[in-house]
Structure formats: C-alpha cells, structure tokens
Design a protein around this ligand. Structure first.
Ligand SMILES: Nc1ncnc2c1ncn2[C@@H]1O[C@H](COP(=O)(O)OP(=O)(O)OP(=O)(O)O)[C@@H](O)[C@H]1O
Ligand SMILES: [Mg+2]
Length: 248
C-alpha cells in the first residue's frame, strides 16, 4: 500500500492504494497455490496431461461421458463462483449432482476422465485427491502401524486416522477402480466409512468402476442409485489401449 500524491481537493486525498505490483503478486500466489494443490492431488504420471478436450469422442458413449464430466466440473465451478475459461459457459446451465459414478469396460477412458476431473478442480484452487482404490487400501493398511508426531517429536496420534480424515474432508475425492480388488470385509468397511461420511456431508465425490452396480458393496451401490445425489454414466466404448494384432 502507498499514499499517492493526490491533488488538493481530490476526493481520494489521504487514502492509500495498492501498489501496481500487487495484482501480479496476488496472481503468482494463486498460481503457486494451484500448483501445490495439483501436486497434492496425486494424479499418476501417465495421466499428467490428460484433458477432456483431447478425448476422441467418435464413440457416442465417450461423447456423453465428456459432456457429463464437463457439466460436473464446470457446473460446480460456476456454482461456486469461479471464473471459467471462455467458451465453457454453456456447461454452467444446470446444477450438477454432488456425486458422479462412471461405469465402463477396460481401457475406455475412466481413469483418463477421472484424472481430468481431478485436475479441473485442483487447477481452480480446490483441494482434490485422486486415488486408485487398491493403492489407497494398501496405504490405509500400512498407516495402521504408523504414528504421527508433533513438533517436539512426541507421538500425537495415528497415521491411519490422519489418512482417513484427509479422505473424508478433502473437497473433491476421486476413487478410481472401485471393486477391482475384491475387497475384504476390512477394506469394505473403510470404503464404506469414507463414502458414507461424504454422502452424509454432501461432498463432491467421483467413482469409477469396471463392475456392474450389483457387484459393488450393497451400501455403496445404494448411495450411487440415489438419483438426487449421484449421476451415473455408462461408457461402453471399446478399449483405447493400443492392442497387439494376433499373428497370422
Ligand atoms: N476417448 C479417448 N480418446 C483418446 N484416448 C483415450 C480415450 N479413452 C482412453 N484413452 C487412452 O487409452 C488408455 C486407457 O485409458 P484409461 O486408462 O483411462 O482406461 P480405463 O477405463 O481407466 O481402463 P481400466 O478399466 O483398465 O482401468 C489411456 O492411455 C488413455 O489416455
Ligand atoms: Mg483405469
């Protein structure tokens, strides 16, 4: 802040204004914050550049998936008062549901879309976390045997509790490949606790799975079936992974 040499009689005489460089500094701070949030989102390297814009949408169900994913991210960003990039205002029209569940076959873009959604939120300053469910369960199993420490090196709690709290509280949670690991009762219980908490607290949650809804844990399936809370999209496009041709 500084006090400009306002001319005598100027209505702003005696008032201070921001120096010219303040907006630039603010913009840099916001950029740095978004970069930190993008790092914290834990998007895997293979999908580091994944974007909804570069999806091949020649298959109708991928086209629908892209439309719904854009309505989800842009719709919520608009609803929360964020500025969205030019040309995306059309996706602000209707208020999306809080949850999005993507069902689909192998290799047809679930992780790609899930990571693009994660990036969309984190890039606009929201705390988002992408997690591949089998890895997340491994992290939780390991965390049961770890403690947390305060600044003085004294034991302050359990790492398991810390990870569970993060998964419950993060603004946007993206759980990729639900059901793929044939969960144990313990794993089912942890996923149920996280998802039940997020359901009760109306938190943004994205799920993907290769399973049929009837193969998922019944309590999770029931929340996904709640049309007021969750939009379901089924992608039946074939795999986009380059396939080896069979010899001969
Ligand atoms: N519509 C698309 N256009 C272009 N590339 C795509 C499209 N869908 C998927 N891909 C690419 O195909 C590969 C497989 O996609 P992805 O990993 O998202 O599939 P998936 O549905 O998560 O598969 P899985 O069920 O095995 O986890 C990735 O490299 C991804 O970038
Ligand atoms: Mg995947």
């Amino acid at each position: 802040m500084y006090y400009p040499d306002w001319p005598i009689g100027h209505p702003k005489q005696g008032t201070a204004i921001d120096c010219i460089c303040v907006p630039e500094r603010k913009a840099k701070r916001e950029r740095d914050r978004c970069n930190k949030l993008l790092e914290a989102a834990q998007i895997p390297n293979h999908y580091a550049g994944s974007s909804l814009n570069t999806l091949d949408v020649s298959h109708p169900s991928v086209k629908t998936l892209k439309q719904i994913a854009l309505e989800y991210v842009i719709g919520w960003l608009c609803e929360l008062g964020h500025d969205v990039e030019e040309g995306y205002e059309q996706f602000c029209d209707k208020k999306p549901t809080l949850w999005l569940a993507i069902f689909g076959l192998y290799g047809n873009g679930k992780t790609r879309v899930a990571t693009a959604i994660t990036r969309g939120f984190a890039g606009h300053g929201m705390a988002a976390r992408y997690a591949y469910v089998p890895d997340l369960l491994d992290e939780l199993r390991k965390a049961q045997f770890e403690s947390t420490y305060d600044d003085y090196g004294n034991k302050s709690g359990s790492r398991f509790y810390e990870v569970m709290e993060e998964l419950k509280q993060v603004d946007v949670l993206v759980l990729d490949d639900l059901g793929v690991e044939k969960e144990s009762p313990w794993a089912d219980e942890q996923l149920d606790k996280i998802l039940d908490y997020r359901y009760r607290n109306a938190s943004w949650t994205v799920l993907t799975t290769n399973m049929e809804i009837t193969q998922l844990a019944p309590r999770i399936a029931d929340r996904i079936r709640d049309r007021e809370v969750c939009t379901v999209v089924i992608n039946d496009a074939p795999s986009y992974r380059p396939q080896n041709k069979r010899p001969g």
